[in-house]
Design a protein around this ligand. Structure first.
Ligand SMILES: Cc1cc2nc3c(=O)[nH]c(=O)nc-3n(C[C@H](O)[C@H](O)[C@H](O)COP(=O)(O)OP(=O)(O)OC[C@H]3O[C@@H](n4cnc5c(N)ncnc54)[C@H](O)[C@@H]3O)c2cc1C
Length: 427
């Protein structure tokens, strides 16, 4: 196998495969390689549905060998470190590989240890997470017989920022359908200040929250899980003029209390749980954090419009690893890939970058119950930017719940992912 490529890609996930197959189509004469250690590629967006028993987990996986684009070399190994001054990436077992252009796309990693007790709670199956094992979420949901069902979001950036609340809506719907709503308390807690950044989507979601009677707790960061006592602890930064878990003395606002929540001596909020879904804290992979390619937060340091590295002109970033002020989603990657490839192809041909600019587009298919979905599409400025093609599907306002959007999520998007996006075709 060669040890030198014109375009080298680190990571064969959504971003790496999409970029390689499209680049191969645009110029089949290029020598392209992907460094990727995994045997299996997952369509992660469907894990939300798996967690609610609405999708078969097996259908979210395909052998990596099946989706590797023809004509692209697969280096089945881990990238370990970068030497951007010498245009080289070192690997665990395959030595150094050099490149003319590098696309860094190894995704992100779960960091459950940032919440005390979480690794143990996940290992023992006391808590669940669609981010790590959606089938277990579904199992615990079926076992739930009433009480506190708690859904959380961490303080770090995460992939698909909407996923923690999607499963809350599906679970609330499931609980209602099981006739358990009366004896259950569904709660969604997030360190954020609002349920969603895009105003028109927020409006719909607040109605959904009201409909299910979900206790919504912004300003709350999960910091510890006690698996034995089944208690989750939050640091609560709720301002005085908001409803909080535990009634503040002299507050004229009602409590939004859940069964048995109380304030500990050290000021944290302790909430007993009967069901707990956690989105673990997340970070860039360690070999990125420790490299000269990272920004202060540990993410790949790239220009937010060109996706070119801020120091090395022949290095680009794609996907979850990129330090971009927008939501980390596959949908975002769909719009990032053409920009990066345009830049690389122009650099190869004329030594100038392209004219395309990434505007921060991302999208979050917010399933709000079985058979219902809202499609949040937005840019860096949180403008609502619905795809005009939705009208062809007879969806004229995707900021409102629609059954056709659910069909898109369950059937349309997985089809487009495997058959078009990963094959480098326009969708
Ligand atoms: C529960 C859940 C729900 C989601 N819902 C949606 C949704 O509805 N819509 C949406 O658009 N997105 C959604 N996403 C997010 C979406 O799946 C990710 O944003 C997307 O997969 C990121 O692509 P990526 O290529 O950056 O990373 P990944 O797809 O995670 O791929 C990274 C690849 O890099 C490889 N890698 C890691 N380390 C190394 C290394 N050292 N060397 C070489 N290779 C390495 C990995 O093996 C992996 O194959 C969801 C994700 C989850 C978990």
């Amino acid at each position: 196998m060669s040890t030198s490529y014109q375009v080298l890609i680190v990571g064969g996930g959504t971003a790496g495969i999409m970029a390689a197959s499209r680049l191969q189509k645009l110029d089949s004469s290029l020598s392209i390689a992907i460094i990727e250690p995994a045997d299996t590629h997952y369509y992660q967006p469907a894990w939300t549905l798996v967690g609610a028993g609405a999708y078969n987990y097996k259908k979210t996986a395909k052998p990596m060998a099946e989706i590797m684009p023809n004509g692209v070399s697969w280096v089945k190994d881990f990238a370990v470190s970068f030497d951007p001054e010498n245009n080289s990436v070192s690997t665990k077992e395959s030595g150094n590989i050099s490149y003319d252009y590098l696309i860094v796309a190894p995704g992100l990693v779960m960091e459950p240890s940032m919440i005390k007790g979480l690794p143990e709670a996940l290992d023992k199956g006391i808590v669940c997470s669609n981010y790590t094992d959606p089938e277990h979420t579904w199992k615990l949901l079926q076992d739930f017989k009433g009480g506190n069902a708690i859904f959380t979001q961490p303080a770090t950036p995460i992939k698909c920022g909407g996923a923690p609340q999607k499963i809350a809506y599906l679970a609330a719907d499931y609980i209602r359908k099981q006739g358990l709503a009366e004896k259950s308390n569904v709660m969604f807690a997030t360190p954020g200040t609002v349920i969603f950044g895009v105003p028109v989507i927020r409006e719909t979601l607040m109605k959904v929250i009201g409909k299910y009677n979900i206790k919504f707790h912004p300003y709350n960061t999960p910091v510890e899980v006690d698996s034995k006592k089944k208690i989750v602890y939050f640091i609560d930064k709720t301002p005085e003029d908001h409803a909080c878990f535990v009634q503040k003395e002299g507050s004229s606002f009602g409590t939004n209390n859940v069964f048995g929540a109380n304030k500990t001596e050290d000021g944290r909020i302790a909430v007993p749980f009967d069901f707990l879904h956690i989105a673990p804290p997340q970070a860039a992979p360690k070999f990125i954090r420790e490299s000269t390619l990272a920004n202060e937060g540990g993410w790949l340091s790239v220009d937010k419009h060109t996706l070119q590295h801020t120091k090395y002109a022949n290095v680009f970033g794609l996907g979850d690893v990129a330090g971009l002020p927008t939501a980390k989603t596959g949908a975002a990657i769909r719009k990032q890939v053409p920009v990066v490839l345009d830049n690389i192809l122009r650099l190869i041909k004329s030594n100038t970058t392209g004219t395309k600019s990434y505007n921060g587009y991302s999208s979050c298919p917010l399933v709000t119950g079985y058979g219902k979905m809202v499609l949040a599409e937005f840019d860096y400025n949180n403008n609502f930017t619905p795809d005009p093609k939705l009208k062809q599907m007879l969806v004229f306002d995707s900021s409102k719940e629609h059954w056709r959007l659910w069909m898109l999520k369950k059937f349309g998007l997985p089809y487009l992912y495997w058959n078009k996006m990963l094959k480098g075709e326009d969708v």
